[in-house]
Design a protein around this ligand. Structure first.
Ligand code: ITT
Length: 198
């Protein structure tokens, strides 16, 4: 099965390849370099579908898209779908520093957070329209650290301490993150769907 990965985020591409390569060696992943649609959905699932539909229509291939982000309990789930641009731009250091500043007065028991990942799978029909659509989701529970640490991963990993660890996601070996993360959990649900399309 050849699938196109509808993301421009190179970190996601790497994690996808490691997770998918181990679980489904028969899959060939091609990068997407077509137009980026406007992500104006109100949920992770809607935005993932918007990205996957655009890539499926542009390439005629089965398309996968990932919409993900960090949801902080005491902020009512924010940044959520706005994670990539929380401080206004795509600079992940500025984004995580703003989030740390917003939580600066909040003591440890109230710093709960989770990552969410929605993976949309869209297969075009013979006419090039979306013939098949499914969304698989996963969450990774944890809490926000009080300072950034670690150099692996990307985005908010340096300030997220997953449940069951006392170091940040950016301090975990990539194999550990890729076995436990929201993206790994979403793939656990996505792989049987992909296997049916193969
Ligand atoms: P594409 O839309 O091209 O896939 P993007 O980075 O804009 O790339 P999103 O809109 O889904 O993707 O935003 C996801 C943001 O959430 C991402 O930029 C990170 O800031 C954060 N994020 C998602 N998964 C993460 C992870 O595994 N570790 C750390 N931060 C993550």
């Amino acid at each position: 099965l050849e699938v196109v990965l509808a993301t421009h985020n190179q970190h996601k591409v790497e994690e996808f390849q490691r997770i998918l390569g181990a679980a489904m060696p028969s899959i060939t992943v091609v990068a997407y370099d077509g137009p980026e649609p406007v992500e104006d959905g109100v949920s992770f699932a809607e935005n993932a579908l918007i990205k996957a539909r655009a890539a499926a229509a542009h390439t005629g291939l089965v398309a996968l898209a990932d919409d993900s982000g960090i949801c902080v309990d005491i902020l009512g789930g924010a940044p959520g779908i706005f994670s990539a641009r929380w401080a206004g731009g795509r600079d992940s250091t500025e984004n995580l520093e703003l989030l740390l500043a917003q939580l600066s007065d909040i003591a440890d028991p109230h710093r709960g957070a989770h990552f969410t990942c929605a993976i949309a799978i869209v297969a075009p029909d013979a006419a090039g329209r979306s013939g098949f659509e499914q969304v698989a989701s996963g969450e990774w529970p944890g809490r926000l650290a009080s300072a950034a640490s670690g150099a692996h991963g990307f985005g908010y990993d340096p300030i997220f301490v997953p449940d069951g660890h006392d170091v940040s996601a950016a301090e975990l070996a990539p194999e550990v993150k890729n076995a436990e993360s929201h993206r790994a959990r979403a793939f656990t649900a996505a792989i049987p769907i992909l296997q049916r399309l193969a």
